[in-house]
Design a protein around this ligand. Structure first.
Ligand code: KIV
Length: 273
């Protein structure tokens, strides 16, 4: 298949060509073992800056550094062989100038082996996206609810609820697509606005809290596995309750240690084995 690169991974052009076709399946991954579990089932492994909350326990994505993203993205690349790995540019590493964005995006790709970067922003980021894509850096856009704007927005709010807001999200997506983004994540946007946008934008729109009519869907893996947080956003569907499984396993282990049921002889080294 010509659109798959030599490494066997799903390529950026292959994802771009999926517009209007079979929905693109994306999940976040931050570690090599989880990447390995997810890789056979997904098209995209997104090393999202959501790792700031999910892995590091920060309240927002803002404290995430380029070095954290590089370490986790390299682990995800090592743990996978099929999916396209896309890495978030963290806050403060790409909005100063196109040159700053280029320097940091090039580091992310060169030091991790990932296939593309993702960055948040609409019309105001179009010049930067054009600068990066003209210089060989594949960019996935991210519009609608943009978690890195939490300070300006005063929290996380769904977009597209008013005519002005809907027009702005659409203009943002158009600007990002025209600047050269091969795909766009659309987060937290009113369903009819998201569905309309998917029809009118030429590149795949990947929804999260958006619409079933998007060209694909992404979720934070720890959310859908029931591993992260007690608050469940409306757009998350839980496919497992792993936090309960972990707690039950930890309780059994604790009981076994306290009652000396663990370790048993089979877990010990002896002269005969
Ligand atoms: O950081 C992240 O995980 C993301 C997804 C929620 C789309 O940007």
């Amino acid at each position: 298949m010509s659109s798959v690169v030599r490494s066997g991974r799903i390529s950026v052009p292959a994802l771009r060509a999926r517009k209007g076709g079979t929905p693109i399946v994306a999940l976040t991954a931050y570690t090599a073992p989880m990447a390995g579990h997810l890789d056979p089932h997904v098209d995209v492994l997104l090393v999202g800056d959501s790792l700031g909350m999910v892995i590091y326990g920060f309240e927002t994505t803002l404290p995430v550094t380029l070095e954290m993203m590089i370490a986790h993205a390299a682990a995800v690349v090592r743990g996978s062989s099929r999916a396209c790995v896309i890495v978030d540019l963290p806050w403060g590493t790409y909005r100063e100038s196109p040159e700053q964005a280029y320097r940091n995006a090039a580091r992310l790709l060169a030091e991790t082996g990932a296939g593309a970067v993702k960055l948040e922003g609409g019309q105001e980021m179009a010049e930067t996206i054009a600068f990066l894509t003209a210089r060989g850096i594949p960019v996935c856009g991210h519009v609608g609810l943009m978690p890195q704007d939490t300070l300006m927005e005063g929290g996380y709010r769904a977009t597209g609820r008013t005519e002005d807001s809907a027009a702005r999200v659409l203009a943002d997506a158009m600007a990002v697509a025209e600047a050269g983004a091969f795909m766009i994540v659309l987060e937290g946007t009113l369903e009819p606005v998201a569905a309309g946008m998917t029809r009118s934008i030429a590149v795949p729109i990947i929804g999260i809290g958006a619409s079933p009519h998007c060209d694909g869907q992404v979720l934070v893996t720890d959310d859908m596995l029931g591993l992260y947080g007690s608050f469940q956003p409306r757009f998350v569907k839980r496919y497992a309750e792993l936090a309960l499984t972990v707690a039950e396993a930890a309780a059994c282990y604790a009981e076994d240690v306290r009652t000396r049921r663990f370790p048993a002889m089979e877990h010990c080294y002896t002269l005969s084995r």
